[in-house]
Write a protein that binds this ligand. Structure first.
Ligand code: SPV
Ligand code: MN
Length: 629
């Protein structure tokens, strides 16, 4: 061991914390911690074990440090991020790569040497006068082939508290594994603080916000920010490390939900699902009638010829906007229960409760939010109306708070996956649900072809189609071509590869009215579940396999007790040939111009689909009713 390590630790940690750390026989871990104590220079260090007492310490610290304020319901707290610190900072999130390495024109990288030098300068003495928390976590279930251990250093008790809700504790795993060297390392500092509403502290020096990910040393740096997506090292920041590691080792790390879909005779079939933001991922994962394993990140491995998945997390950091008692009964109930929940960037009301946009009931006239004192009609410096809660306002809770958590959440072997869902968003192109012909066709025309359409509610122009392969674009740490290749290869060697589907909840008619109700997704799930067991037939179209009317009619009746008129089916499942051809043109353009290493097979499969669409058009015209096939 480095000569310096032990004296530094002895000097900076009190007896109790020093002993907690030394119980783990891991020189590399000790050295890592010592080096950042030296650099960041906190006044105090707390080493958090998995004990209830230590977890309680973190919970209380978040309130006493004024990073969270207690609400009327026991266990509920509110946290604010700074006005300009409300979302992931894509520009300042960089992958550090050694000289000569390129990840293509789309992925944001930076020279490793320069990045480390810059971040070390920012980190120097950044924790002056602050307490540093040393936390141990486990990505994936403990004691499993999937497990990756992580250590998080942070001066934010909100970050530490959030991670306690979102991830499995890892101190015991570190003890058990002893000299385990392949842990992920996360260093976070919120930097200097300033006060906002309720006297809560927020990061002050947003100009020095940096999120750097060192792929070589598997280390994450995050500074001068609090927003979870920038600071919770174990979430999307570790996902980038995991994608890189997985690619070398032949498994996959995906931006995916995992859920149990309940079929006939108590049969449960597991699905994974990738949806870009605002495409219905969380509402699918938590849908009534099914069970949830995870809503955000999955690790996937081939074990004994089977495709197995685990949830990397054990909690949810979910968007709260729009949650109401009618459309989201399970989330609604969970959010009103006693128990640990952190509400972030919502409106705190006079009665120490919270309001978010779209919640049942009236909009309060005033309260406190991420802009400070808030009142109806308040505008920001640019004259823009400030809504009571931010569009990206969130809740953080443990999955176990939900009534429909799946019993296999912590299974170290994971669940066997029988279907994969890619969920896009377009108003005019894709049918509500469709199965791919096979693995390769699915990965390419469903996964690698994922797009989401910007809406009036998102920034920028409405109706733009944003390319987002497997909904993982923001998190890729390998080239796009290699990532698609990894996904294609994953199917080989599986005894019975999962069927691949796509869904689109956002189809509209020519008057701009949605063609589906929010609850219709329950029917698509039931249909997919029957398909993976070969229990229903399907209709072959140029783009895939679609449901037969009679099967959907029966499922609507059985599941929702609803009549499903044939005219609705025809409208929803009409093949939109010009729009599908335009989508192929867009994809080929992107894969030619913006991806430098597109596997040839991508073009081949897309061209074949184009041919099928053209033949259909020659025979039946532009818009083809499903009964023609
Ligand atoms: C997402 O944006 O996909 C999220 C939230 O799940 S964040 O942690 O910000 O990535
Ligand atoms: Mn996500």
């Amino acid at each position: 061991m480095d000569q310096e390590t032990i004296p530094i630790l002895k000097n900076r940690l009190n007896q109790e914390n020093y002993q907690k750390l030394m119980r783990i026989h891991n020189p590399k871990l000790h050295q890592f911690i010592a080096s950042y104590l030296d650099l960041c220079n906190p006044v105090k260090v707390f080493v958090c074990t998995d004990s209830a007492k230590d977890i309680q310490y973190m919970r209380e610290a978040a309130v006493t440090n004024r990073e969270e304020a207690e609400l009327a319901i026991r266990g509920h707290t509110v946290h604010f991020d700074g006005y300009y610190d409300q979302a992931r900072d894509k520009e300042k999130t960089r992958l550090l790569v050694p000289k000569g390495v390129s990840l293509g024109p789309v992925i944001n990288t930076m020279d490793r040497g320069e990045g480390i030098e810059e971040i070390r300068a920012i980190l120097k003495n950044i924790m002056d006068g602050q307490e540093l928390y040393v936390k141990f976590f486990c990505l994936g279930p403990t004691n499993s082939e999937f497990t990756i251990l992580c250590v998080q250093l942070t001066d934010s008790s909100y970050v530490a508290h959030s991670e306690d809700l979102l991830y499995r504790q890892g101190y015991r795993e570190f003890l058990r594994l002893g000299n385990y060297e392949r842990f992920f390392k996360c260093v976070h500092s919120q930097g200097e603080l300033t006060k906002t509403g309720l006297g809560l502290c927020v990061s002050k020096n947003i100009d020095k916000r940096r999120i750097y990910i060192d792929l070589q040393d598997e280390t994450i740096y995050s500074t001068n920010t609090q927003y979870g997506g920038n600071t919770i090292g174990l979430k999307k920041l570790s996902l980038r490390l995991a994608i890189n590691r997985a690619s070398k080792e032949g498994w996959l790390a995906e931006h995916m939900l995992i859920m149990g879909v309940h079929g006939p005779r108590e049969r449960v079939s597991y699905f994974t699902g990738a949806f870009p933001s605002m495409c219905g991922k969380t509402s699918t994962a938590m849908v009534e009638g099914e069970t949830i394993v995870g809503d955000d990140i999955a690790y996937l491995r081939k074990i004994g010829g089977k495709y197995r998945a685990v949830n990397v997390e054990k909690g949810v950091f979910g968007i709260i906007e729009g949650i109401n008692s009618t459309d989201d009964p399970l989330q609604w109930k969970a959010l009103h229960k006693q128990g640990e929940i952190i509400f972030s960037n919502v409106l705190a009301t006079e009665d120490r409760s919270v309001y978010w946009t779209g919640k049942d009931g009236e909009v309060p006239k005033k309260g406190i939010n991420y802009s400070g004192e808030w009142f109806l009609g308040k505008q920001d410096r640019e004259g823009k109306k400030i809504s009571p809660s931010h569009r990206n306002a969130r809740f953080t809770f443990e999955l176990k708070i939900l009534d429909n958590v799946d019993s296999k959440l912590h299974d170290p072997k994971g669940v066997i996956v029988s279907g994969i869902i890619y969920g896009g968003r377009n108003h005019d192109t894709s049918v509500p649900v469709e199965e791919a012909f096979d693995w390769v066709h699915g990965i390419i025309t469903k996964g690698a072809a994922l797009e989401s359409e910007t809406t009036a509610a998102t920034l920028g122009k409405e109706g733009l189609r944003v390319f987002n392969p497997m909904s993982n674009m923001d998190f890729l740490s390998i080239t796009i071509g290699r990532y698609i290749e990894d996904n294609l290869n994953f199917g080989a060697g599986l005894n019975d590869p999962p069927r691949i589907f796509c869904v689109n909840y956002f189809l509209k008619d020519s008057d701009g009215i949605f063609l589906n109700h929010k609850t219709d997704k329950r029917i698509w799930l039931k249909w997919m579940e029957l398909r993976v067991h070969g229990d229903v037939d399907a209709i072959i179209t140029p783009t895939g396999l679609i449901p037969k009317y009679q099967d959907l009619k029966r499922l609507f009746k059985e599941t929702l007790n609803k009549n499903y008129p044939e005219q609705d089916y025809i409208k929803q499942f009409t093949m939109q040939v010009p729009e599908n051809l335009a989508k192929i043109d867009r994809l080929i353009e992107i894969y030619n111009a913006r991806v430098l290493d597109t596997p040839q097979i991508v073009f081949k499969i897309l061209e074949e689909q184009r041919e099928r669409l053209k033949n259909t058009r020659a025979r039946y015209g532009d818009y083809v009713s499903p009964d023609k096939f």
